[in-house]
Ligand binder design. Structure first.
Ligand code: PCA
Length: 319
């Protein structure tokens, strides 16, 4: 009996020596499809490794605020994390092309753009000891306001919620007043009058119960921005080969599944906005013309500031 107990505890110790627990910060809430996809990713890895790698997700910026997640993975405060890819456009504009209006507006375009971005940003991230695992798009971005927007002039003077530098530039060119607000704080920002309009996906509109604070939504489908999951390369390289393979396989599955979830939500979440009383209207030709003109200006600015890496992404995308 005594031997059996000793043997059992020795087993526990030897398992514990190999098992790894990872904390994973993510920026968006638990009802967000990205978070649900990542939760499945963690489950897949736990199953495939028999618990050798156990990832705990800390959603909605609860472990690190969104702007600090990438740095936390780089500094090995955490081994893995998710963030909005175009937040890195202040480092290199190659990261931000998916948030430029009217460059890639459909899932097919978005896929082509990701294929063009992936090798370039893999190299850029490697310089910082980071490795991309997978990237998943949000549904195309639409316009939330009180009342219908007939032309770009109607955006003039509105306090406009922004989530990155490109959206801030967009709002400024439109004559609106941009305010940076994380997705989790959208309801609060509208409730307190900090903002009165926004551009985001139907997913984020539903997740933040947009019908509580705006009356109208227009699927202007202006861009298809992505989230990315990155891992610290040194930490990944320290894993057993089988565990590494489990992570890579789960990542590939998460990318495929995430793109499918996104496409399904583009329709279902737009329908949910309407079911909850939001007026969903097609943008007028005049509105689209005005928005495209802003996109044109922004792309010229982008090109004027783009690195060789960034230009190579645009060239690969256009070919
Ligand atoms: N939702 C996130 C990013 C893009 C989107 O659709 C947000 O609004 O912050």
């Amino acid at each position: 009996m005594k031997h059996a107990i000793l043997f059992a505890s020795a087993l526990t110790v030897s398992t514990a020596a190999h098992a790894e627990s990872w904390d994973m910060p993510t920026p968006y809430g638990d009802t967000t499809f990205h978070t649900q996809n990542i939760s499945q990713f963690a489950d897949d890895i736990r199953t495939a490794t028999d618990g050798e790698l156990d990832i705990t997700i800390h959603s909605a910026g609860s472990l690190f605020p969104h702007p600090e997640i990438k740095g936390a993975v780089r500094n090995r405060q955490v081994p893995i994390g998710e963030f909005f890819l175009s937040l890195l456009s202040n480092e290199d504009l190659a990261y931000g092309l998916d948030s430029q209006p009217f460059v890639a507006t459909s899932y097919d375009d978005a896929k082509k753009l990701w294929d063009a971005q992936r090798p370039v940003i893999t190299e850029l991230l490697a310089e910082q000891g980071l490795m991309p695992l997978f990237s998943v798009p949000w549904p195309a971005q639409g316009l939330y306001t009180n009342g219908e927007i007939a032309t770009v002039d109607d955006l003039n003077g509105l306090r406009f919620r922004a989530y990155n530098a490109a959206l801030e530039e967009f709002a400024t060119i439109a004559g609106a007043a941009p305010v940076q607000i994380e997705a989790s704080n959208i309801p609060q920002a509208f409730a307190t009058g900090q903002v009165e309009a926004m551009i985001t996906s139907p997913s984020t509109g539903v997740n933040s119960t947009a019908w509580d604070f705006v009356s109208h939504y227009s699927p202007i489908n202006a861009w298809v921005p992505k989230n990315i999951v990155v891992v610290n390369k040194r930490v990944f390289d320290g894993l057993d080969a089988e565990v590494q393979a489990a992570v890579t396989e789960a990542a590939a599955a998460a990318e495929t599944r995430g793109w499918e979830m996104s496409a399904a939500e583009a329709d279902s979440k737009t329908a949910e906005l309407a079911e909850n009383g939001i007026t969903v209207y097609e943008p007028s030709a005049e509105l689209i013309d005005g928005l495209q003109a802003i996109g044109q200006t922004m792309l010229e600015n982008w090109k004027a500031n783009a690195s060789d890496s960034a230009i190579s992404v645009l060239d690969a995308y256009n070919n």
